[in-house]
Design a protein around this ligand. Sequence first.
Ligand code: PLP
Length: 392
Amino acid sequence: MILPNMNYAELKDSYLFFNISKKVKAYEASRPGVKLYRMGIGDVSLPLADAVIKALREGVEDQAQARTFHGYMPECGMPELRATIAGYYRGRNVPIGDDEVFVSSGASDELGDILDLFDRSNAACIVEPAYPAYVDASVIAGRKIVHLPTCEENGFLPEPTADLDADLLYICSPNNPTGAVFSRDLLKKWVDYANARGAIILFDAAYEAFIDDESLPRSVFEIDGARTYAIEICSLSKTAGFTGTRLGYTVIPKELTRNGMSFNAMWTRNRTTKTNGVSYIIQKGAMAVFTPEGQRQIHENLNVYKNNAKTLMSALDDAGIWYCGGKNAPYIWMKCPKGMDSWAFFDFLLNEYQVVGTPGAGFGACGEVFFRLSSFGNPDDVQEAARRLRNL
Ligand code: PLP
């Protein structure tokens, strides 16, 4: 008899977005026609940049002619795109080789798939509150999880402690959901910790493009010593609105080896076995993101989201509410007022102010009294939501 992977039975049901949508639907049914201001979404709202659309169209045209047609693409990515992404790093003085970049269909796929590279006995440390995929992918892989809760006092930015016993270290900066960003000094402490025990950092840089402050690291590879202790997973989803278009990249330095095995070579082997590459048309669109015109256009969109964050932060400042994030990050992590827990505050905001956000409890127990606001909404809606939040 076939046996299922019983690790699935260990997964906790995620009621977060299901419950949000159930409560929103019930509200809409009871108050037809009342407009809701949705500040909870993690998806982008602006369309793709013109430069990307033009490149996608050209890609479609190429597929229409025998002369320019592309079939299977190289599994690890089109050489031009790998070189372009490596150049994007080198432009920031981060020396990455073209063949250290692996083009993917997005960060989510990679965050789970990358666990293939590590022995199951290696425990994963997850800094919480956390993007739920880290825990779920580790549970499915049957891996031991060390939860590392963070709090208001450390600004949701933990230091590694001497008693921390884990070899795979998930770090997300700028963080989803807290919007907290690791400083160079703090990230260096994690690299040193990884160095001391031969651990590996899985650095999720999905929101790197939101960092304006040049003193903050956008890549783990800006930290000395990281090339032998880290893998970086990144995405064009939030940088360039590719949530529905799907393209990401993973960086694995050649120096990253253990027991005589090269993780770069292993990942090449993994991708050539388990994927047949990302579509030519999408990779062509992604190339356009990195052109000067593409960069100018995506930054115009990013500025819309950054202004939304400023609008929401100014409302919370006026209301005297504690929060972190919002600067160098698209998420604002606010403390629920009046001692409410995050679901009680969700109901209160929905019923009294018609504003929808995301309860912090959905990102781990230490998020119980916090609430996530996102800056990815429509600017007019954000203005109105902010006006209402000011009255909190
Ligand atoms: N990592 C973090 C921290 C995210 O918040 C998200 C999406 O919201 C992802 C990864 C997934 O990105 P992608 O759309 O590339 O799968």
